[in-house]
Design a protein around this ligand. Sequence first.
Ligand code: GLV
Ligand code: MN
Ligand code: MN
Length: 397
Amino acid sequence: MPLAGLAEISDIGRDPRRGGYSRHLWQGAELELRSWFVERAERLGLDVETDRNGNLWAWWGRPGPDAVVTGSHLDSVPGGGAFDGPLGVVSALEAIERLQASGFVPTRPCAVLVFAEEEGSRFGIACLGSRLMTGAIDADQARALTDQDGVTLAEAAREVGLNPAHLGLDRDALARIGLFVELHVEQGRGLIDLGRPVAVASSILAHGRWRLSITGQGNHAGATTMAERRDPMVATAQAIVATQAAARSHVGTRATIGRIEAIPGGTNVIASAVHSWLDARAETDAQTRLLVADIEARAQQAAEQNGCSATLTEESWAGAVQFNPGLRARFAHALGQVPQLPSGAGHDAGVLAAHLPSAMLFVRNPTGISHAPEEFADTADCVAGIDALEQLLLELL
Ligand code: GLV
Ligand code: MN
Ligand code: MN
């Protein structure tokens, strides 16, 4: 049955409070998904291993070099959809299963790769597994990252049996990949507008994450007159509105504040500080930097107007990605002139693109919505995606 894998995991990590799924690195649901993946892959006779950064590999035949590797991720944003990540993993396993069933014998090594913490929902850095593998994040900086309970990445890694000293650039793992292809649900309306089920990715927006911390004076909600207040919540509210105005004034850019934390966080307490997290994106690195500089200036102004102070700290950065034009044209042609579409979302395939030939396939999402429970893909379109992936694997292997 097509997409049996998605049905098998459909109850893992459901989030009754937020809706959708919450599957976070090395915590209950994500660990269950890892076990499911191991069992699924082993049923196909694949050899599963975990690399030193917690990424899972399932090898069809002997491990690399020059392997054709396909996969995605199993973690989610808080309250995310069922397809972002798992669709690529399930499709990779199904494409291999079909090739095996046809009696095909690969002439190159092949693996399914599941990247750890693609969404950055636990430790704040998107594409953490691929950044660690490629050395795009400093290992010491990564080890010191903390989750919302104050657990460091090093501690979390130790808890699941990894040696935290071994986190970071993994030249051996990287050297095994001859080519990477990630199938992913589309996170936009490109394929809806084109009336097509499948596309090849052309590019990824530059994007990054910043923490905006606005500090004022914590005080009593009843005893403090309105004139006396230095309220960082009000400053943050103004900064959020200003963020929207800034992104609207920089054509084609996107800025989001989707997470906020008041300290100490009491109904009858004027906050002493408010932290909020900015996600900013644009077509080029320079446009993104300009947008963030504008937002920072507006946030400073909002803080000053309220007797507060503001700091904006960069937590992660990913430059714009252009997927290899020759490779994507070749894939688009091989699949019957499927369209090439840009991505507003970041992906591990984008991180790998700086190091090796890397490509992506997108499957139509009829809602156009992602990072939310409404994210969707019709079975027929998912099957078209698996067909496309199988065809590419057949040619590449
Ligand atoms: C990942 O999905 C991102 O673009 O944030
Ligand atoms: Mn995502
Ligand atoms: Mn994803």
